[in-house]
Design a protein around this ligand. Structure first.
Ligand SMILES: [Zn+2]
Length: 380
């Protein structure tokens, strides 16, 4: 009985968390600005988890905590002797846009994390300190990650299914970032989109599933977790049960059926390992968006593209560089003469950065139309 009421509490709290996030998303929508040709002057709304710009961006005005987050195109002062693949253009982002427009980049890999979905109102539940993750701590879970562990799930599956119902795809609209990926795909420029997100929003944006690798799984399919069984169940089957508050059980062995979301301690989907080798060898431009690059093996993929493949990071803070990332980003040419400088950095909100890049590519109107269409649909 006590367990059931704690599940109700969890559901109530999840609703509250999602409502709060909706408000933030509305605010983000209000500020949707078309791209501008002036660098470093683009402002985005602040959000509670925004952090001031880190130091080391020579051309930026640091945003104070609580002030609007400025979209900053990093312009490094490269040490003498370092030649850059991205030099010549007005900024590294212009160089990226020029490569796409000129056809030099036509096998683009996008790697995305939670940052591309937060504006959709999806709580970043895997990050300590973020709304949903913190809220889960109030409940009977022994620790918040327990909801994503097989041991706990086998004993108490209900909290996970309640969470799944709240997060289930179809209730959120894709963001400008998802639609930017869609535009790349539409033009035949997307080699693959690797996402750490389980929200299926790239599918919702219309990116073909063959172009997507869901590195941490997704709700798209489900399997029985019974040992020696593993029967596959279609999305409709599990969706129906999750939405009618039933515990989905296998009709062959009566074990629990779990959506194919990668739990803590589980291996990544086979498709991830099947695809990375060929993809990263063939890639001619890498774009990393909205991820802290702290989860392996996803994080180390940044170093798997060729040494002269341009790499763009769009994120709220600098990540994936320095001693912990031997083949990671080098935005400032710190590896010195002889190393090829090819890394571009845009600090700020993923959607704002995608709008700015779309503007440079002449895709701004199309992108705005897709975003508006999706928002109109989900608000019906
Ligand atoms: Zn089974």
């Amino acid at each position: 009985m006590g367990h059931e009421s704690s599940v109700d509490d969890l559901a109530r709290d999840l609703e509250e968390a999602l409502r709060l996030d909706d408000k933030q998303a509305d605010r983000a929508g209000d500020s949707a600005a078309s791209g501008s040709d002036a660098e470093s002057t683009h402002t985005a709304p602040s959000s509670p988890d925004s952090t001031p710009e880190p130091e080391g961006s020579p051309d930026t005005d640091s945003a104070a905590a609580g002030a609007p987050v400025t979209l900053t195109v990093h312009r490094p002062l490269l040490p003498a002797g370092v030649t850059s693949l991205l030099a010549g253009a007005n900024s590294a982002l212009d160089a990226i846009a020029e490569r796409i427009q000129s056809g030099m980049a036509k096998r683009i890999i996008v790697m995305a994390g939670a940052g591309i979905s937060t504006a959709a109102g999806i709580p970043d539940f895997r990050s300590p300190g973020s709304g949903l993750y913190a809220n889960l701590q109030k409940y009977t879970l022994p620790y918040p990650e327990a909801i994503f562990t097989l041991d706990y799930f086998r004993k108490k599956p209900k909290p996970f299914y309640v969470l799944a119902k709240e997060l289930y795809p179809g209730q959120f609209a894709p963001t400008a970032s998802h639609f930017f990926v869609k535009l790349l795909a539409q033009r035949g420029l997307l080699l693959r989109h690797y996402t750490q997100n389980i929200d299926c929003l790239e599918r919702a944006a219309g990116v073909e599933s063959s172009l997507i690798v869901e590195a941490h799984g997704s709700f798209h399919q489900a399997h029985c977790i019974g040992s020696g069984c593993g029967k596959e169940f279609p999305q409709d089957w599990i969706r129906e049960r999750i939405f009618s508050d039933q515990t989905p059980r296998c009709d062959r062995c009566s074990s629990l059926v779990k959506p194919d979301i990668t739990f803590f301690g589980e291996g990544l989907p086979a498709r991830f390992f099947d695809m990375i080798g060929g993809d990263f060898a063939a890639c001619d431009m890498l774009t990393v968006m909205g991820t802290s690059l702290q989860v392996q093996p996803f994080a180390s993929l940044v170093g798997d593209v060729g040494p002269s493949v341009p790499r763009l990071l769009i994120n709220r803070e600098r990540v994936g560089e320095g001693a912990g990332h031997p083949r990671g980003f080098d935005f400032d040419g710190r590896r010195g003469a002889g190393a090829v400088h090819r890394d571009a950095l845009v600090l700020g909100d993923c959607d704002d950065a995608c709008r700015l890049l779309a503007d440079k590519l002449g895709w701004a109107e199309e992108l705005a139309g897709l975003v508006a269409g999706a928002q109109a649909q989900t608000s019906l």
